[in-house]
Structures are given as C-alpha cells and as structure tokens.
Design a protein around this ligand. Structure first.
Ligand SMILES: O=c1[nH]c(=O)c2[nH]c(=O)[nH]c2[nH]1
Length: 303
C-alpha cells in the first residue's frame, strides 16, 4: 500500500525502548564504582511501511535497542551519560541504513559509597542529572541538564512594584523566602569533533556550580531576575555552553498570621512560614550567548 492511495499520511514518528534501567559496576580491587542510568532510545528514519502495511523489514526491534544499551554498558563502560549516549546514537544511525536519526535521553541517579566500605552505597539526595543526545549522521547535538535541584534563600528576596488590578491581593514583600526546584537544560556548542570533545563531567560540575552560585549571590527582586542571573553566569563562564533553559516553580512560602495568638511574625525576627505546594508560580526562560541559535525545545524542561 502506498501513502498516495489515501487522503491520510503518516507524520513524524519515532520508536525505541524507553527507560532502560542500567546499572554498571566497575571494580577496582575491593573499591567499586557505580553508574545508575535510565536510558530511553528513540529512533526514526524510513519507517513509513511498517505504519502503512506492517512490513517490518526496516524495523530494528525495540527489544534489540534495549539489548544494545546493556551490551554497550559492558563493552564500553559508562564514562558519562553524554559519552554513553553518543556511542549509542552513533551506533544506531551508522550501522542501520533505514535509521536516520537517534535520540537518546538519559537520567542519572547518583550514589555515594558509604564510609568504611568499598561496595556499600546510599542514593544521594542530589538532583537528577539528565542528557539528551541526538544524531542524524552529521553533527551530534548534546543537551545536558538537571532536575529536582531544590534550593532556598531565606532572605535577600523581595517582590514589589508589580501590576495591580482589581483582582490583585498579593501584598508587596520586602523580605521573603525564595525557593525553587530547578529544572534546566543547556546546549553544548560542540558539533562532534573528536579533538574538542568536552569533558562532560567537568562541564556538568562547572555549570551546576555557577548556577547555584548565582542563585546564592543574587539579591532578588523577582524569580525571573534570579533565573536570568543564573543563566547568564553559566553562559559567561562556560564557553562550551551556548544556550541554557530553565523551568523554575516559585515554591511559595507564606508568612503565617500569628496575630490572633498575640505573636508578631516578622521576617527580621526569624519567622514561621507555610510552605504551600500548589498552586505555584512557574517561571521559564532561555538565556543565550548573543548570536547563538535558540534550539532547546520550549517544553523539554519539564520532562
Ligand atoms: O518572583 C516572582 N515573580 C512573579 O512573577 C510573581 N508573581 C507572584 O505572585 N509572585 C511572584 N514572584
């Protein structure tokens, strides 16, 4: 059956095995190291026929993509999420003619070795590190990110001077808590050259440190301003990064009215707050090196 026989045609399509939970142990004598990833493979290419007629001739089974993830972890080890994703993406596109594009998404969970043991670990309370590698046979694109990085400033945050309309009840605040859970993706300028491959772990640690430093150092008049300061600090200090996008919920902390109990509850004296979980303000923006192309999808940040 051909597409032209119908007034309906197939649009964008992709397939693969999602959420392969792969744990790789590396032994150095009695001292072990652990990489714990959640790897999702998504392939696209000449796949019209399988949709139109069920002809599987071009279909590398999703089961095979799963097996490849585990076999590659053993064969090549897992140096970093980005390096592992690049190996996989290149493998699928370069070894299978009908596959034109591979997108590998990876979440990494971090474990810490327990003191006094070479092989006992505890999951850290840290954020989840993320990576997305796309490869179309030409230049790979590497996005790195993080999610669930929860941070709070207990002062140095104000919010006032905003628009007031008949529905506005929010009081102006000269000393509030600013808390958020940072989700972010950043795009590496790198386009695949062997010689100038970034040190992915150093780049991640650097970007993370800069955005946290900016969160801490910015005297904030709005979460929007803080977001921009975080992004611009990363762009200014990490030449390998051209674009960074944030999705940041404003985790509201309301000063509780304790007047009914005869108690003042002022920020300056150390206040009691109600941590509200919802609704929350949601502040999202991209920060770019001037002249760089905005390529991080708007809705990627909340995955
Ligand atoms: O930092 C903030 N930005 C806003 O846009 C906003 N809106 C709001 O109600 N509180 C806040 N805080």
């Amino acid at each position: 059956m051909t597409a032209h026989a119908h007034p309906v045609v197939l649009g964008q399509n992709q397939y693969g095995k999602a959420e392969n939970r792969v744990v790789k142990v590396t032994r150095d004598g009695d001292t072990h190291r652990l990489k714990d990833l959640n790897v999702s493979v998504s392939l696209s290419g000449d796949m019209a026929e399988v949709h139109y007629s069920g002809d599987n001739a071009n279909v590398l089974p999703t089961d095979t993509t799963k097996n490849t993830v585990f076999a590659f972890a053993k064969k090549h080890g897992i140096e970093s999420a980005e390096a592992f994703g690049l190996l996989l993406a290149r493998h699928f596109v370069d070894s299978r003619q009908p596959i034109h594009r591979a997108r590998i998404r990876i979440e990494e969970y971090t474990w810490e070795r327990l003191e006094g043991s070479g092989h006992s670990f505890a999951r850290t309370g840290r954020e989840t590190r993320t990576a997305q590698i796309t490869y179309d046979g030409r230049a790979p694109e590497v996005l790195t990110g993080l999610k669930d990085l929860t941070v709070m400033n207990t002062t140095d945050s104000e919010f006032w001077g905003f628009v007031k309309d008949p529905y506005t009840t929010l009081p102006e605040d000269r000393d509030r808590i600013l808390a958020t859970s940072v989700s972010s993706w950043w795009r590496h300028a790198w386009t695949g050259g062997e010689a100038d491959t970034p040190d992915w772990d150093a780049s991640y640690d650097g970007a993370r440190a800069h955005l946290l430093r900016a969160f801490a150092d910015t005297y904030s008049l709005s979460l929007q301003q803080t977001l921009y300061a975080m992004g611009s600090r990363v762009i200014e200090n990490r030449p390998e990064i051209d674009e960074i996008r944030f999705s940041m919920p404003n985790k509201h902390h309301f000063r509780v009215d304790l007047e009914p109990f005869g108690m003042a509850n002022e920020a300056a004296d150390g206040a009691v707050y109600l941590a509200a979980d919802r609704p929350y303000g949601l502040i999202e923006a991209t920060v770019l090196r001037a002249g760089a192309e905005a390529r991080i999808p708007v809705d990627l940040t909340n995955l």
